[in-house]
Design a protein around this ligand. Structure first.
Ligand SMILES: [Zn+2]
Length: 269
């Protein structure tokens, strides 16, 4: 059955949900919420896939986060054992995260870059969507500009095989447009329910290039701030996107579900 909402980026496999994961999943089913459970290293990628295999409304993204687990690298051989499972719909979350590092830390930037490049090649070769995490240094768009340069160059080599979504988008309208031009969508979190920095970008975006997400357990939307986030709250994000754009809620809701199906090549039945 087609879901009512699609949370394209959640971490229900994290230990934050160990005590009540079944209830969280039951609430998702009751509300018609589908989600991509996103891995940040090999262990959480396996965990995401395990959940996706057990539940019809769940899918998995597998890969290595740029900064969550600095000891781990992306070994394509290990991930090849998972990637052909039909429940795997994306590679990541991967990308660049300069939020907490020194501007001149070339070693760390190179480390992140190498892991990212391996995952770009892996995603394109397996024709999977990329789930991008690009967190810039405060007051800059450094990781977005670096990611765009890399992807625009890789696009020449991979063409249609290179595509995906930029999760937790905090760039500006011009940056979003450059991502749309190379077939990358942008997804927004509960942050848009209390910050207005992204309203213009959300208004300017073609509706087919927008996706909804929670990034739970983080980024809890209004009116649940201060509580742990969970996928059913994606409804607040969808409502806010419709409100910002001044469009009919039902139309936006349906479009965002369709977009998720298209980007992650999920069969609509
Ligand atoms: Zn995440």
């Amino acid at each position: 059955m087609k879901p009512k909402y699609f949370d394209v980026h959640s971490h229900v496999s994290f230990s934050d949900y160990d005590k009540d994961r079944d209830e969280v999943l039951d609430r998702m089913k009751a509300d018609g919420v589908a989600s991509i459970i996103v891995g940040v290293d090999f262990k959480s990628s396996e965990g995401a896939l395990k959940l996706a295999e057990l539940h019809e409304n769940l899918y998995a993204s597998i890969g290595v986060h740029p900064a969550d687990n600095r000891k781990e690298t992306f070994d394509p051989k290990k991930y090849e054992t998972l990637v052909n499972n039909p429940n795997v719909v994306a590679i990541g979350e991967c990308g660049l995260d300069y939020f907490r590092i020194d501007e001149n830390d070339v070693d760390e930037k190179n480390r992140q870059r190498n892991i990212f490049l391996t995952q770009i090649d892996f995603a394109a070769k397996n024709k999977k969507a990329m789930m991008l995490h690009c967190r810039p240094r405060r007051g800059t768009f450094d990781t977005y500009l670096e990611t765009l340069e890399t992807l625009e160059e890789k696009k020449k080599e991979y063409g249609d095989k290179l595509f995906g979504n930029v999760h937790f988008f905090v760039g500006n309208t011009a940056i979003a447009r450059r991502f749309y031009d190379i077939n990358f969508t942008t997804s927004f979190t509960g942050v848009i329910t209390f910050a207005h920095n992204y309203d213009d970008t959300i208004r300017a975006a073609p509706i087919n290039m927008l996706l909804s997400e929670t990034d739970c357990p983080f980024a809890t939307p209004v009116p649940f701030r201060g509580k742990r986030n969970e996928p059913i709250y994606v409804e607040k994000v969808v409502r806010r996107i419709a409100e910002i754009r001044g469009e009919d809620f039902e139309t936006v809701r349906g479009a965002l579900v369709e977009n998720a199906y298209r980007v992650f090549s999920i069969d609509i039945n």
